[in-house]
Design a protein around this ligand. Sequence first.
Ligand code: F6P
Length: 329
Amino acid sequence: MKQNHKIKTIALLTSGGDAPGLNAAIRAVVRTALANQLKVLIAHDGYEGLINNSFQEVDEGFVSNIIHKGGTILNTSRSERFRLPKWRKVAFQNLKKAKVDAVILIGGNGSFAGAAIFTEEFDIPFIGIPKTIDNDVAGTDFAIGFDTAVNTALDALDKIRDTANSHHRLFFVEVMGRDLGYIALHCGIAAGAEAILIPEKKTNITDLMRQLEEGWKRKKSSLIVVVAEGALKKGTHDLAEKVKEKFPHFDVKVNVLGHMQRGGSPTCFDRVLASHLGYQAVHSLLAGKKNVVVGLVQNKIAFTPFSESSRTTHSMSEEMMNIAKELSK
Ligand code: F6P
């Protein structure tokens, strides 16, 4: 492959909410860059690191023994300052001072929106690697972290099922996902949930009540409703209260899984995805690509401009929603 010899030094950062597999992606970028004679500077705390001039040159050893670890060894932030032109200018000046020729950004929607603006304002190539447990980045079928998060939620649901069965209880389990129901739909199907509530489909409370009552009449030993955090205007506790009022004989519990879904050791799938995308990010930069997100679409490498990836979201398949509905009887 023809190499872009103008690129000698790259900066690497993680930005936005953390997700399992970030360290595997960092390792892949650092190792691939060094193998291709590039100098690697990491920036700490996401875009804040660019603004604070917080760079550090790293070698192969820096990324030893991290592939299996959750979190990000670079730390991260949702930078408010990077939204403002004056701080973006400072970030660019710092990149120039550090003689950075290109940037690899491991981020999600918000970070890519920032990169779209930054790369329009300043002439410096960026490549984005998609990560987020919500799986809401357009331009990739799977973002790094989603598979691990959904398996963590599934593990919790299996455990909840044990105790729910023992006591014949109804559990509402709230999972993350921001405005989309990917996590809810996937872990709900895998856990055999009685109902899955997602933002993509308006919840019909009357239908839900009927469904729960039918389950009760069929003497199901437990009932689990998986609720995506963005599915209900008034939230999961409010819904649980309404169900309790209507069915006082139900023993109702609510479990909000929360940030535990963001932590933990990444799955094999996420480690391989992170390694693949990290490797491709460096090679695509060297091949002259810029200002795109590198993703996997139908198992093939795909490039999507920042502007497009941050404008649209990865939409959920109707078929998966139908599967969930039909199997939950
Ligand atoms: O985008 C990942 C995510 O965990 C969402 O699922 C959730 O809505 C949000 O981040 C929580 O953000 P924070 O960690 O800033 O509370």
